[in-house]
Design a protein around this ligand. Structure first.
Ligand SMILES: Cc1cc2nc3c(=O)[nH]c(=O)nc-3n(C[C@H](O)[C@H](O)[C@H](O)COP(=O)(O)OP(=O)(O)OC[C@H]3O[C@@H](n4cnc5c(N)ncnc54)[C@H](O)[C@@H]3O)c2cc1C
Length: 536
């Protein structure tokens, strides 16, 4: 069997890659060893950048419809138990509130789309059904990748099919999106480095249909998302997208302890069913390489972070989207050799920074948890002092987990062979996002007419933005881009808002909305800019 791209692993990253390749018309096969998506808890928060990406893929509406109701806020609480007044409440907007804030924002500092809470067990079947409707994509569950061999012009994978037979799949390129244990990465002999197995949690998935309406704290019943329990077991409870399912995480010895831990956490009697108990480990690991030859790696196969900060799947979706258009360009023939070569350079640095951001958030979490003392529940002055102190430290440290807008939107590719580098560049900040068009950065979202963003009017190929009534002659750059047969458009935007935020008259943006080049007049050597942009 032959295909252009073989994607191994139908987690959220492999599914996103397959859908994006498929909608670009790239023939691809997605194999997954599980017979079907599983109803098991993992991620639940797609961040703002991921929603911007899903918007460009035409999926944001479906994902919002399947996810958490847009009016439920994302407040985070630190509590002794959920039936007691909170020690700390950190309010975060609902999607509806965040959309209203974004609608008012005129300085480019906010994303086009806010986050969306959607559980991984909802997202995966949704993306699977989208992939299955794309004529270019063949989706095969129950197919396990076993090994591969690389040749000059193709890669061949041995796969076990649902009947247990070994079949060969030949592809131009193979992408391992096969998770932390990645057999594809191991086949390539690529190591993960960093800190593994830092802390081991038990996780329970519970169906507690009444709990959301009955939580006695907050601005109304159930109006929160994360409930961290100030205890010795680092317990936390996370609301899932239906508001009827919850995941409980705790450092306990045995899975049988999770039911009692849940009852202690909620503190009120509600009917519930324990659906699953498993274990997961905290890791901060990054792969030495993001592939070799015709094989690439994306998602958890190359970076494992602590879920604090929600940078696991979200970083992987960024990998998928960086790789997808580069594979398409290379297969179409207009992408030069540096395009695929730039994948590791661009995405490994983001993986590295996000492992760092996750460490920073996790250390914050650990710091406030270390203020726990066994007297925390005592009705004594000492008990009160312990509670006050923990809340004071947490009001600084817990924010590190929940306020990561810089890591989400502000990543900029440095040292990439397909970006026209300007020396220097703004600092990479985790907590703060300062809009910039520095080459390598994501083009900030700026409103044009009511309800329409610059992001929305940029097409699938390269775009040269002409801003602020620029009269520059850009025909040289246009000709140079066309000479590479790359999809290319010139877009004139006269509204001042965009010129004010972007700071330049001319900006060359690539298909993933990252800036390649900027200037106020045409570059002196447009041929060289076009060659860099297209990877030649
Ligand atoms: C408790 C918890 C909460 C989290 N919360 C968040 C969050 O809010 N936001 C966030 O961004 N991230 C979060 N994460 C991390 C997130 O779940 C992962 O980063 C994400 O699942 C990675 O996606 P992936 O597609 O790379 O890998 P996976 O989801 O691991 O998918 C890999 C797929 O490959 C398949 N596979 C493996 N081997 C083979 C083989 N030999 N052949 C074929 N298929 C194979 C597997 O069956 C699996 O389906 C959380 C993680 C945990 C544990």
């Amino acid at each position: 069997m032959k295909t252009d791209v073989l994607v191994v692993g139908a987690g959220p990253v492999g599914l996103t890659l397959a859908v994006d390749l498929g909608r670009r018309g790239v023939r691809c096969t997605l194999i997954e060893k599980k017979p079907a998506p599983e109803f098991l808890p993992k991620m639940e928060r797609c961040n703002a950048r991921t929603l911007e990406i899903f918007r460009r893929m035409g999926l944001a509406g479906q994902i919002r419809a399947a996810g958490l109701d847009r009016h439920v806020p994302m407040d985070v609480y630190i509590v002794l138990a959920m039936n007691e007044p909170p020690l700390l409440r950190l309010p975060y907007p609902s999607v509806a509130e965040a959309e209203a804030e974004i609608a008012r924002c005129r300085d480019g500092s906010m994303p086009r789309e806010p986050y969306q809470l959607i559980s991984q067990y909802t997202l995966e079947p949704l993306l699977k059904s989208v992939a299955e409707r794309l004529p270019a994509v063949s989706v095969r569950y129950g197919h396990e990748f076993l090994c591969l061999s690389q040749h000059a012009d193709m890669v061949s994978a041995t796969v076990r099919d649902p009947e247990g037979r070994s079949i060969e799949i030949e592809a131009q390129y193979l992408v391992g999106c096969d998770g932390g244990a990645s057999p594809v990465r191991k086949t390539l002999g690529i190591e993960l480095r960093g800190d593994g197995n830092l802390l081991r949690f038990h996780q329970a998935l519970l169906h507690a249909p009444d709990l959301f309406e009955r939580i006695p704290i907050g601005d109304g019943p159930g109006r929160g998302r994360h409930y961290h329990i100030a205890d010795a077991q680092s317990t936390f409870l996370i609301m899932q997208d239906s508001t009827k399912h919850w995941t409980l995480h705790a450092v306990v010895e045995r899975p049988e302890e999770m039911a009692a831990q849940f009852e202690r956490t909620i503190g009120i009697p509600v009917p519930y069913t324990l659906l699953y108990v498993g274990e997961w480990k905290q890791n901060l690991l990054l792969a030495d390489h993001y592939g070799a030859g015709r094989v690439f790696l994306a998602g958890d196969s190359v970076h494992l972070v602590i879920p604090t900060g929600g940078l696991g799947m979200n970083t992987g979706v960024g990998d998928a989207i960086d790789l997808s258009w580069k594979l398409h360009a290379t297969l179409e023939g207009w992408g030069g050799p540096n395009l695929l070569g730039s994948y590791e350079i661009e995405r490994r640095q983001v993986g590295d920074r996000n492992v760092g951001a996750s460490r920073y958030a996790a250390l914050g979490r650990r710091k406030w948890r270390s203020q726990y003392r066994p007297d925390i529940r005592d009705a004594t002055p000492e008990g009160q002092a312990t509670r006050d102190n923990l809340a004071r430290v947490a009001s600084v440290e817990q924010r590190k987990t929940n306020e990561m807008i810089g890591a989400e939107l502000g990543y900029r590719y440095v040292g990439s062979p397909v970006i026209w580098e300007e020396p220097g560049g703004p600092e990479h900040l985790f907590r703060e996002y300062i809009p910039t068009t520095w080459p390598g950065a994501r083009l900030p979202h700026v409103w044009l007419r009511e309800g329409q963003s610059v992001h929305d009017v940029i097409g699938e190929g390269y775009t040269l933005l002409r801003l602020g009534g620029s009269k520059s002659d850009t025909r040289g750059l246009e000709r140079a881009m066309q000479a590479h047969h790359a999809p290319f458009t010139t877009l004139t935007i006269d509204e001042d808002a965009a010129r004010d935020v972007y700071g330049y008259d001319l900006i060359l943006v690539r298909p993933d909305l990252h800036v390649v080049w900027r200037g106020n007049t045409e570059p002196s050597d447009p041929g060289q800019v076009a060659a860099v942009a297209t990877g030649h």
